[in-house]
Design a protein around this ligand. Structure first.
Ligand code: CMP
Length: 222
């Protein structure tokens, strides 16, 4: 298990690029799309690749989400006239549709269903944040890790059936980061989890061979 853990690398430092003009922009892996606290007047729709959203909390970079094609981000600064609440970094090479305020208003006037879509997206985000908040109240780090995995399954609406397997698109380091544990303490707790037979790590991804067992464990720790 230790050798497996050592292969897991921390994030690369993001590279900054000059933003190009145009309706779509492409960003190579690990480039900064925008920085926390900067002013911003564009929202983005992911067309290809993935984007990670991170925030500096107590001098630590915390991973808030990894967003996928079809997901929208950057809407908060656009809708609220506030600085960026978090940073967005290309997690893989990605292509983004860029929508500025004028275009956004035009799109909403011709496609009012966009507002409903955005409301659903924000409601889902609130649900997730609420779960994450409850997660940080769990004192036991092992409990937090189990619960963190379960929250992701719920978010993705993975059906919990006995014996069914699931591969997360993140590894132990990201999980530790997402549940807000200090790295060392979190990775130590993850070692403990690895002794259970239904969880292992393959290519820096957490693999659960029985999601029903995961749910049982998560509940027993609460
Ligand atoms: P904005 O504040 O404009 O810039 C940062 C963006 O990250 C924000 O809009 C949201 O789109 C996105 N974001 C912020 N917090 C979260 C979160 N907890 N989960 C997913 N996306 C988020």
């Amino acid at each position: 298990a230790k050798a497996r853990m050592e292969k897991i690398k921390p994030y690369a430092r993001p590279v900054f690029l000059e933003p190009a003009e145009g309706l779509t922009r492409t960003y190579p892996k690990d480039t900064m799309i925008f920085c926390e606290n900067m002013p911003g007047e564009e929202l983005f729709v992911i067309q290809k690749g993935s984007v990670r959203i991170t925030k500096i909390v107590n001098d630590r970079e915390v991973l808030l989400a990894v967003l996928k094609p079809g997901d929208i981000f950057g809407e908060m600064a656009l809708l609220e006239n506030k600085p960026r609440s978090a940073s967005a970094i290309a997690h893989e090479d990605c292509t983004l549709l860029v929508v500025n305020k004028a275009n956004f208003e035009r799109m909403v006037s011709t496609q009012p269903q966009l507002i409903a879509k955005l409301t659903t997206l924000l409601a889902e985000r609130i649900w997730f944040l609420y779960k994450q908040l409850a997660n940080t109240l769990l004192a036991n780090p092992v409990a937090r890790l189990y619960d963190g995995m379960l929250i992701h399954l719920e978010k993705l609406r993975v059906s919990i059936r006995d014996g069914s397997a699931y591969t997360f698109d993140f590894g132990p380091r990201e999980l530790v980061n997402m549940v807000g544990l200090p790295q060392e303490k979190g990775l130590r707790a993850f070692q403990e989890i690895l002794s259970s037979k239904f969880i292992r790590v393959l290519d820096d991804r957490i693999v659960v061979s029985d999601v029903a067992e995961l749910e049982k464990q998560a509940k027993s720790y609460r």
